[in-house]
Design a protein around this ligand. Structure first.
Ligand SMILES: Cc1cc2nc3c(=O)[nH]c(=O)nc-3n(C[C@H](O)[C@H](O)[C@H](O)COP(=O)(O)OP(=O)(O)OC[C@H]3O[C@@H](n4cnc5c(N)ncnc54)[C@H](O)[C@@H]3O)c2cc1C
Length: 492
């Protein structure tokens, strides 16, 4: 049995701590285990490849609207094969570097295999039995595959396998209405595919504010068909017409049968490819955590305390594995907390009061902290103010000919403390950052955003102005209703 100072499962954010530990203790012996390519999900099949693909998509949509600004540009060709190759080569290069680093480290034994507990502090990796007094479980998550009739009998894509595509499918149906569905729907449609999104929730992008989801659905809906509130009941591969010269055609289209959850009406869709994007779930079962004295919650995520320690002393978990927030920046943050607690012996509690996220569609969406409903539940309607400003009402927004995009800030009425913020529009993920930063100061005061001088004329002014004239919750909804009625009357 091989003995280590530390066993680490997962080569994503866990590696932040391993690097620091090696610098601190050049004699440390670490077993690093990952059953997949090294680098973790973010690099190998998550954030980074998807964002490499989404940038060309953003260019396509930007060029398409250039005529609105009297620049008559035309897209001659979108070379899907090369867009995909570029992504694979950039990712491949980084994976190779990480692999080399792992293999050449004198402190690390790198195992590309599945790890499972055989008893507390002891694990089986391939044929090897290894043990350590300290273990980091950083196992990530995996795509949830829903139990849809017929799904087992057809070939479908997930966010993992989509990255292997070489040819642009003529049409793609995406089951799911969350951020992965939205981002890949945006990518594939901008490349030229006919995309249909089939969401189960009544709200497209259900984690966003309703008015943001509504606008995103309208804008993205200009390039793809988006359905909500549909339960997919069955999928099947049609047999193609014989004699077709294109091999793919012989297989025929994939047929998706869904039921409207409200009316019970049946709907039928057809597409060349099917992408299942119905969320992410835990992957901790393969660890056999029960043999290691590690408890899971009812959904299968690893239970950790506020210091990130599991039910077994000195066995720690971070990132997606604990199921709290499935974002790379949260995994990175938790790797810091874990380092303080497990390695430096401090007692630093995790703090999730201002967890941001973004959806990299066109328009971009970003949010942090509480939603309006949550704030009203906690502080009552009277306890909350809402700041709102539209991009188009700033000089830069006007210059960019933007319309309807906005910043919404949720504030505490008595102190103007920032409770949350929600943005839809260009650079949402960047312009929200000043709000996030203030949310990490002791007072989290909206006055900081209000009082700080903002560069004129920059898009950051839309953030400041949202904080300058906050409304009551009722006034905010009256204003939204008024805007909606105005739009309808203009359209008629
Ligand atoms: C399509 C997509 C897009 C995304 N986009 C974003 C984004 O834009 N921004 C963002 O913040 N987040 C994004 N994410 C989420 C982000 O990728 C994850 O939150 C992050 O990678 C989690 O890191 P981690 O360190 O917890 O796990 P990782 O280290 O990344 O993954 C765990 C690794 O452990 C391996 N493993 C698991 N169990 C075992 C075992 N028993 N034995 C051996 N190996 C095992 C897994 O195979 C995996 O390689 C995206 C995810 C996806 C799927």
């Amino acid at each position: 049995m091989k003995q280590y100072d530390l066993i680490v499962i997962g080569t994503g954010s866990a590696m932040n701590i391993v690097d620091a530990m090696i610098q601190q203790n050049p004699k440390i012996r670490v077993a690093v285990i990952d059953k997949d390519e090294p680098g973790g999900i973010c690099l190998t099949r998550g954030c980074i490849p998807s964002k490499i693909l989404l940038y060309p998509a953003e260019l396509v949509r930007t060029i398409e609207r250039s005529a609105e600004l009297n620049v008559h540009a035309e897209i001659k060709k979108v070379d899907f094969e090369k867009v995909m190759d570029r992504m694979r080569s950039l990712i491949g290069r980084e994976i190779d570097q990480i692999r080399q680093g792992l293999l050449s480290s004198e402190n690390i034994d790198y195992y590309r295999d599945v790890a499972e507990f055989v008893s507390p502090y002891t694990m089986k990796v391939g044929r090897e039995i290894i043990t350590a007094k300290m273990i980091f479980l950083c196992t990530g998550s995996r795509a949830i595959i829903p139990p849809i009739k017929g799904l087992d009998n057809i070939e479908y894509l997930t966010s993992d396998t989509l990255l292997k595509l070489k040819q642009l499918p003529e049409s793609v149906a995406i089951v799911g209405g969350g951020y992965i569905a939205a981002e890949y729907g945006h990518f594939l449609s901008s490349m030229g595919s006919n995309v249909t999104i089939i969401g189960r929730n009544p709200q497209f992008l259900p984690d966003e504010e309703p008015e943001i989801s509504e606008l995103a659905m309208e804008e993205l809906g200009k390039h793809m068909c988006i359905f909500t509130n549909l339960e997919v009941k069955e999928v099947k591969q049609e047999s193609g017409k014989s004699g077709n010269k294109i091999k793919e055609d012989k297989r025929g289209k994939i047929v998706i049968v869904a039921e409207d959850k409200k009316t019970g009406q049946s709907k039928r869709f057809e597409a060349e490819k099917l992408l299942i994007a119905t969320g992410r779930g835990p992957t901790n079962d393969i660890l056999h955590p029960e043999k290691g004295g590690v408890r899971l919650d009812k959904d299968g995520w690893i239970l950790v305390d506020e210091y990130l320690q599991t039910s077994q002393p000195n066995v720690w978990a971070l990132g997606d594995a604990d199921g709290k927030f499935l974002f790379k920046h949260v995994a990175n943050y938790e790797s810091q907390v874990l380092y303080y607690n497990a390695v430096l012996g401090k007692k630093v509690k995790t703090d999730y009061h201002a967890i941001p996220h973004a959806v990299f569609t066109y328009p971009e969406i970003a949010a942090v902290g509480m939603k309006e409903k949550q704030a009203v539940e906690e502080f009552g309607k009277e306890g909350v103010l809402i700041g709102y400003y539209k991009y188009e009402d700033t000089a830069k927004g006007e210059a960019m000919a933007l319309s309807r995009y906005f910043v919404k800030a949720i504030l505490k009425h008595d102190s103007l403390k920032i409770l949350g913020a929600h943005v839809i529009g260009p650079y949402a993920s960047i312009i929200i950052q000043e709000i996030i930063n203030v949310m990490y100061t002791p007072e989290q005061s909206g006055w900081v955003v209000n009082d700080a001088i903002h560069i004129h004329p920059s898009l950051s002014e839309v953030v400041q102005r949202a904080f300058q004239s906050p409304m009551t919750v009722d006034q905010y909804h009256e204003m939204l209703d008024h805007e909606r009625k105005h739009r309808i009357s203009k359209a008629i």
